[in-house]
Design a protein around this ligand. Sequence first.
Ligand SMILES: Cc1ncc(COP(=O)(O)O)c(C=O)c1O
Length: 394
Amino acid sequence: MFHSLLVDQPDPIIVTMQKYHADSRPHKLDLGVGVYKDASGHTPIMKVIKSAEKALWEQETTKSYTSLVGDSAFNTAIQKLVLGDLASFDGRLASAATAGGTGAVRAAFELVHLASPDATIWVSNPSWSNHASMLDYLNIPNQHYRFFDPSTGTVDMDGMMADLRYAKAGDVVLLHGCCHNPTGLSLSPKQWDDIIELMKTQNLVPMVDIAYQGFGDGLDEDAYGVRRIASSLPEVLIASSCSKNFGIYRERTGCVIVVSPDQKQTNLVQSKLSLVNRVNYSFPPDHGARLVTMVLNDPELKVQWQNELGEIRQGIQSLRRMLSDELQRQTNSDRFKFIAEHRGMFSMLGLSQEQVSRLSDEFAIYAVSDSRINMAGLNEASVPLLANAVAKII
Ligand SMILES: Cc1ncc(COP(=O)(O)O)c(C=O)c1O
């Protein structure tokens, strides 16, 4: 039977990783894969996570199943982290722990499909490639809206609004909460407001994928958009990931949250989220969720976490400024000024595929084929090397 299977298009990020690993040049530089790295190129475990793990080892008395939607303390802790004050959401929040942010996105997509099979999900162009892959895999109608203006490195607001005017009532608009992957753009308060107005007028349902909360301007600052949406519209889908901001990538920790207009609909949604987990993997992973809950519910650990996350954020920001300045110096132009304005780990340099290939062939510098680079893959020594390579190929 398997002979009928078709070969998949390889994921561009995985292709970059494979090429990097096959390169034997000692000075090679990996700016492809989307994980945080410190100045020595290592992805460290946060100290606060180590402390929580130690305490958990001492306290944990059973590894029996949790509930189908995970531990309720985890769900509440993430609801607070993402939405802030929960007072106005009484009886309106359903949620489930999931296998990473990917699991949360997938659960939200499946919920939309169960509730409204004809709804189209509108995805930014570009976006995290797995959004479209999952939608196609699930046979969910999907369309792109313009989002990025490569000539300025900014949001193409006019294009976005024009494209979304074609969305029909009940369609879902997928937005990145902050630090858009792959462009590095965070929407401004005014841009959020304009999008909210459009969604209200056209009766569209927002879905916010927030995978980098705390990597942009701060935990609350990065949640501005999702909180504003949740306080302005009756129905919202949210996918939150703990992979990056707690550095627990392989623990697979995420949470899907759904805001509904009333308790009755919340109960319906809650039961469907249980079903979606049940048919996919029964019980969600618990280890990472438990660590996150311990950190968020212990005032001392929480401060320690905020400090560690703050250092990561400031480190990335400082690399952004360094690279932007160095590119300005080496190219003698303002073309890459946007890098300092972007947020989170990624920026797209606006290079052609051929130029990206030259970066790897001639300089052993690996970026994704759409010219996305992971800022955290750089350090003080490699910033001038990248700037020099870019200056030579443009
Ligand atoms: C926009 C976006 N959403 C979701 C995810 C999924 O993250 P996780 O590793 O928690 O599944 C990612 C990870 O790269 C992402 O960039």
